[in-house]
Write a protein that binds this ligand. Structure first.
Ligand code: ADP
Ligand code: MG
Length: 295
C-alpha cells in the first residue's frame, strides 16, 4: 500500500499545482519545522519599478539614467529590468553596452560610449576602489529607509548618483505566511537585499524581525541553510532565482517557484507551478496527510 499512497499523494499534488520530483520527496517533509523564504520574486512580485533618481551635483539626471540603463538593459535581474525600463521611459533610447559583465548579488558593469560604468550595491563600487561621497551614501540611506533598493551608479572611477527601485509584496504572501504558521512551521526571510527593505517586506507579511536574514551574497545562502540544519532544524526553502539553486538543493525540502528560473526548478524537490506561495503550505499539508495514511 505504501507506493500506492505515495502515488495518490503526487497525483493530488498535480491537481493543486504542485509538481513533485518523485514520491520519496514526500518523506523529506516529515522533519520540516522551518520554512525559509527568498524575498525577491518569492514573497514579492519581483516586478520592481524605478521610483527615484538622485544625481550628485554636476551630473545630469538623464545622463545618469542613460548610462545606468544601458548596462542594466543587458541583465535579467528584477532590479536591472526596473532600472532599464525606468531609464528608457525618462531618458529615451538607451545606448549600446560593450564588455557587459554581472557580479551576482552585487550588480553589473560594462562600457557605454567609452565610459566604464558600474551599477549596483555600494559594495560593488567600494570593491572597485571607488570612493563614496556623503551625498551618495545619504541618497542610498533615504531609498532604503523608504523600503526601496538603492542602486548606485559610477563611471570612470567616480560615483555619480543613486537610483531607487521598489518592489511590491504579493497579495497572497501574508496569507501564505499565516498558513505556514498554522501548520506549526516557523517562516524566515532570506535575501541578498538590504536590511531595511527586508524588514519592510517581513513586516508586510508577518515574519518576525528576528527571523530576517538580509544582505546575504548568493553563494552564502547555502551556508545559511547548512547552519540552520546544523542547529537541528528541518529546513524547507522556497526560492525562484539562480541565486537560490544551491540553497534549494541543500535544504531538506526545496520548493521552486514555477514562475522562477530553470536553475531553481531543476534544484528543487517540488515546483509550485503557478508561483503562488500559499501552495507551499498546501504541499506540506498534503505530504503530511499522505504520510499519515501510510504510517
Ligand atoms: P534576492 O536574494 O532578494 O533574490 P539578489 O541576491 O539577486 O536578491 O540580489 C541582491 C542585491 O544585489 C539586490 O537587492 C541589489 O541590491 C543588488 N543587485 C543584484 N543584481 C543587480 C543588478 N543587476 N543591478 C543592480 N543591483 C543589483
Ligand atoms: Mg529571488
Amino acid at each position: 500500500a505504501t507506493p500506492t499512497a505515495l502515488m495518490v499523494g503526487t497525483g493530488r499534488g498535480a491537481q493543486l499545482g504542485i509538481l513533485i520530483k518523485g514520491p520519496e520527496v514526500l518523506e523529506a517533509t516529515r522533519a520540516v519545522d522551518t520554512v525559509v523564504l527568498d524575498k525577491t520574486g518569492t514573497v514579492t512580485t519581483g516586478r520592481m519599478a524605478l521610483i527615484a533618481v538622485h544625481a550628485v551635483e554636476g551630473v545630469d539626471e538623464k545622463e545618469l539614467l542613460r548610462l545606468a540603463g544601458a548596462v542594466e538593459h543587458a541583465s535579467e535581474h528584477p532590479v536591472a529590468r526596473a532600472v532599464a525600463a525606468g531609464a528608457a521611459d525618462r531618458a529615451g533610447e538607451l545606448p549600446a553596452v560593450e564588455g557587459f559583465d554581472s557580479v551576482p548579488g552585487l550588480g553589473v558593469r560594462g562600457t557605454v560610449e567609452g565610459r566604464a560604468v558600474l551599477v549596483g550595491r555600494e559594495r560593488l563600487l567600494v570593491d572597485a576602489g571607488i570612493e563614496l561621497p556623503p551625498a551618495v551614501t545619504a541618497a542610498r540611506q533615504t531609498a532604503e529607509a523608504e523600503g526601496g533598493t538603492a542602486v548606485t551608479v559610477a563611471w570612470d572611477g567616480v560615483a555619480r548618483g543613486v537610483l531607487a527601485v521598489a518592489d511590491t509584496v504579493k497579495e497572497t504572501s501574508a496569507r501564505a505566511v499565516a498558513d505556514l504558521r498554522s501548520l506549526g512551521l516557523t517562516p524566515m526571510l532570506l535575501t541578498g537585499d538590504n536590511r531595511a527593505a527586508a524588514l519592510a517586506a517581513a513586516r508586510a507579511v508577518g515574519i518576525d524581525p528576528g527571523d530576517v536574514i538580509a544582505e546575504v551574497l548568493p553563494q552564502d545562502k547555502v551556508e545559511v541553510i547548512r547552519r540552520l540544519r546544523a542547529e537541528g532544524r528541518g529546513v524547507a526553502m522556497v526560492g525562484d532565482g539562480v541565486n537560490d539553486a544551491a540553497a534549494l538543493a541543500t535544504a531538506d525540502l526545496g520548493l521552486a517557484m514555477g514562475t522562477g528560473t530553470d536553475a531553481a526548478i531543476e534544484a528543487g524537490d517540488l515546483t509550485l507551478v503557478r508561483g503562488d506561495l500559499r501552495v507551499a503550505a498546501d504541499a506540506i499539508r498534503l505530504s503530511r496527510r499522505t504520510l499519515a495514511t501510510i504510517k
